[in-house]
Design a protein around this ligand. Structure first.
Ligand code: PLP
Length: 361
């Protein structure tokens, strides 16, 4: 059996040791005579798995005690809607900085509940840059300011945490959480669907500064209430136990590999290799994002025409490089270089790019 290098944007590649461990203990977890997904989420065994995952994530990212950590089903998009329900009063203004596809999605999810003010918009510039902070039109009374830390489709990433004044900063970190050190205390809420950098799809991690849980927000059912989820340790209803367990194994693996500092080093190296291959190709490969905000995690790039793009996708797959086809919204090629994609994967991609250009350039 050979596992290919998998450049999928999400659900994405997982660390092989994690998959092997899950396989080895699938039928009988830790001697209980059943798999981890066949036992109660209220059992001592599962609660131990769940608490360890939270403790490991806190250690990995450096999450202060005054932040709650939730493991919830519903993905990142559901959290986008819950932000408005939990943290903004009906009709209150919320500020959004739009730097790509997911920023627009985030706005769509809250429009029924609040007054959205777009404080800055990268769309007129084709999402090739992040509008300079000095030009953002922040509202004086916004409930929060929302950014997308890394735009998975457009390949635009904040390289610094913006200062937004007194309103709490909320950030969608779905495709870059745990990819480098992060100062959690600069944020009110950090959320991420797991399927990019943390584990399998089906669970989202939500990190909330506890004082925000006191906000009354909007009329909502209990199940949409972060305070209720926090009070019940994310077990208000049956949590996605398999996903929580596997994410926990990924956290253990990341810590054992050296933590976020080590992944920052690897991710910088991988992305530099690919950007150098693009920029050094004499225009055969092109990436349009301003160098200062180029994503380290998702690199969209383009070939001279559609025929070559299609050939690149099919030949790279034959060469053991999976899922390089770009998102349909932008076309071209996209290489996602999450934590679990080894440096050798990026090296193999770059070697393939050079060879492909020699044969087709
Ligand atoms: C994938 C992704 C989402 C959507 O996640 P779902 O879990 O499918 O809802 C949202 N934001 C970003 C930045 C993403 O990469």
């Amino acid at each position: 059996m050979t596992r290919a290098y998998n450049f999928s944007a999400g659900p994405a590649t997982l660390p092989e040791p994690v998959l092997r461990q899950a396989q080895a203990e699938l039928l009988d977890w830790n001697g209980v005579g059943a798999s981890i997904v066949e036992i109660s989420h209220r059992s001592a065994e599962f609660i131990a798995v769940a608490s360890r995952a939270e403790a490991d994530l806190r250690k990995l990212i450096g999450i202060p005690e005054d932040y709650a950590v939730l493991f919830l089903s519903g993905g990142a998009t559901t959290q986008q809607a819950l932000l408005a329900l939990n943290f903004a009063a009906p009709g209150q203004v919320v500020d959004y900085v739009v730097t790509g596809h997911w920023g627009k999605t985030a706005i769509r999810q809250v429009k029924p509940y609040v007054t959205v003010h777009v404080a800055a918009d990268g769309e007129p510039g084709g999402f090739r840059d992040i509008p300079p902070r000095a030009g953002w039109q922040l509202s004086p009374d916004a409930a929060y300011v929302h950014i997308t830390a890394n735009e998975t489709i457009h390949g635009v990433e904040f390289r610094d945490t913006p200062d937004v004044g007194t309103a709490p900063l909320f950030a969608d970190f779905s495709s870059s959480i745990a990819s480098e050190p992060l100062d959690v205390s600069r944020y009110g809420v950090i959320y991420a669907g797991a399927q990019k950098n943390l584990g399998p799809v089906g669970v989202a991690v939500v990190i909330i500064r506890r004082d925000l849980l006191e906000r009354s927000g909007q009329p909502r059912a209990d199940i949409f209430d972060y305070r209720s989820h926090a009070a019940r340790d994310s077990m208000l209803n049956t949590p996605p136990t398999w996903n929580w367990y596997l994410a926990g194994l990924v956290f253990q693996w990341m810590l054992a590999e050296g933590g976020v500092e080590e992944f920052a080093r690897r991710n910088a190296l991988k992305s530099q290799l690919v950007y150098q291959a693009i920029d050094g190709s004499g225009g055969f490969y092109r990436n349009h994002v301003a160098p200062a905000v180029r994503s380290r995690m998702n690199i969209p790039f383009f070939l001279p025409d559609e025929t070559l793009t299609a050939r690149f996708v099919s030949e790279s797959k034959d060469a053991g490089l999976l899922a390089l086809k770009g998102h349909k919204a932008v076309g071209g090629i996209r290489a996602s270089l999450y934590n679990a994609l080894p440096v050798e994967g990026a090296q193999a991609l770059v070697a393939f790019m050079r060879d492909f250009q020699q044969r087709n350039g």
